[in-house]
Write a protein that binds this ligand. Structure first.
Ligand SMILES: *[C@@H]1O[C@H](CO)[C@@H](O)[C@H](O)[C@H]1NC(C)=O
Length: 397
């Protein structure tokens, strides 16, 4: 970050640049004077004029205001000046430029005191991703959008939102988690408001569980102090140590009213596991064989099985944790096993995402490379859409 006089210099040059950056969609002061055919309305000239005028407003005070807006921590010494009894106002255009500049600056630097300006909550993008990029998961499409959107649009939620994704590998659990991250935060996984934990990677040794507990607690606390909307993802949740699940309990409970200020008001926990993926597959297989179409399968068919079966998983920490037993998980979201036609679509997407041409036969060939189960019906891809993008390389040589 630029410090001291350098900052001022930098800002000054920025304002003088003919093509001074502006945030997308911002109104332009010179708009409307830009008539074609008029020699005096040369847009570059108009712009330069306006910018010179705006630059004229650049004073120590102007600078102070900008710097207070962008780096609020550094501005105490001048605060009195800004709020003092004499008070002062910027010329209208100056104020406008200040706002434009601040918005523009904040579009690539994290400059808000609580990281708020990097939260995008793009539900249009999320809906599009879920409907277009995810295949064969109509329940996930409806549930994820509805629950996440409903929660984030609640003004003062009483508790964190906890979603548990269940399904076989390759059915899209990680994919959907990533869609959430990318549409809710402009920086995606790089955001300071998002933390992802992979059980076997971040907490590999049971003997260090006490250390892990402390680390986890402090990471959650720090993230929540930084952001008013946080997202915590636990991959391989079925492998989390019971001790770690225990420390998560209080974060998922309903908050006492006075607890509002301590924690960030919007917190989402995602638990990803293949726990009871086999139950989902059994139910789906049974329904398909009974003549139902895949899209007719509803949550009512699946959720009761899912929750009951998870609690009954004797050997598993997740099923036995308070999270499940005390209903701290808000929704169990089933990822259905993928069929041949879905694998084909994944293959098509893999070609498209690399901007490569493909033939219909190639998509079939790729889909045929997967193993389908159960032995008899050969309906579901045992690896879902996993490693499809690596497989297409084979066809490129
Ligand atoms: C939301 O996402 C869509 C699709 O990815 C994108 O076209 C749009 O520009 C995004 N909107 C905002 C406000 O970022």
């Amino acid at each position: 970050m630029l410090r001291g006089p350098w900052r001022q210099l930098w800002l000054f040059f920025l304002l003088l640049l003919p093509g001074a950056p502006e945030p997308r969609g911002a109104s332009r002061p010179w708009e409307g004077t830009d008539e074609p055919g008029s020699a005096w309305a040369w847009p570059g000239f108009q712009r330069l004029q306006e910018q010179l005028r705006a630059a004229g407003a650049l004073s120590k005070r102007y600078w102070t205001l900008f710097s207070c807006q962008v780096w609020p921590d550094d501005c105490d010494e001048d605060e009195e000046a800004a709020t003092g009894p004499l008070g002062w106002r910027l010329p209208l255009l100056g104020q406008r430029y200040l706002d434009l500049l601040t918005t523009w600056y904040c579009s690539f630097k994290d400059c808000c005191p609580r990281g708020d300006c990097r939260i995008s909550n793009n539900f249009t993008g999320l809906e599009w991703d879920l409907n277009v990029r995810l295949h064969g998961q109509h329940l996930v499409q409806q549930l994820v959008l509805r629950t996440v959107r409903g929660y984030l649009e609640t003004p003062q939620p009483e508790k964190a939102l906890a979603l548990s994704f269940h399904g076989w590998s390759g059915t899209g659990k990680n994919f959907v988690a990533r869609m959430l991250v990318e549409n809710l935060y402009r920086d995606g996984l790089m955001s300071d408001c998002v933390r992802m934990f992979i059980a076997t990677f971040h907490f590999p040794h049971p003997k260090y569980v006490d250390l892990y507990k402390e680390q986890l607690m402090s990471q959650i606390r720090e993230t929540q102090q930084l952001c008013h909307q946080t997202l915590f993802i636990f991959d391989e949740a079925e492998k989390l140590h019971p001790g770690l699940l225990e420390v998560l309990g209080p974060h998922l409970e309903r908050r006492a009213p006075e607890g509002h200020r301590a924690e960030s008001p919007w917190t989402i926990f995602l638990f990803l596991s293949n726990l009871r993926g086999d139950i989902i597959n059994e139910v789906v297989l049974k329904l398909l064989k009974a003549g139902w179409s895949r899209e007719e399968i509803t949550m009512e068919h699946l959720e009761p099985h899912l929750q009951a079966e998870i609690v009954e998983t004797i050997d598993n920490g997740f099923g036995h944790s308070r999270l499940v037993k005390e209903n701290l998980i808000d929704y169990f979201i089933p990822f259905l096993p993928l069929e041949y036609r879905h694998v084909r679509l994944c293959a098509r997407d893999a070609f498209l995402s690399q901007e490569l041409l493909y033939k219909e036969e190639t998509l079939d060939e790729i889909a045929q490379m997967m193993v389908y189960v159960p032995k008899e019906e050969q309906l579901f891809s045992s690896q879902g859409c996993k490693s499809i993008s690596q497989r297409i390389n084979y066809f490129l040589s």
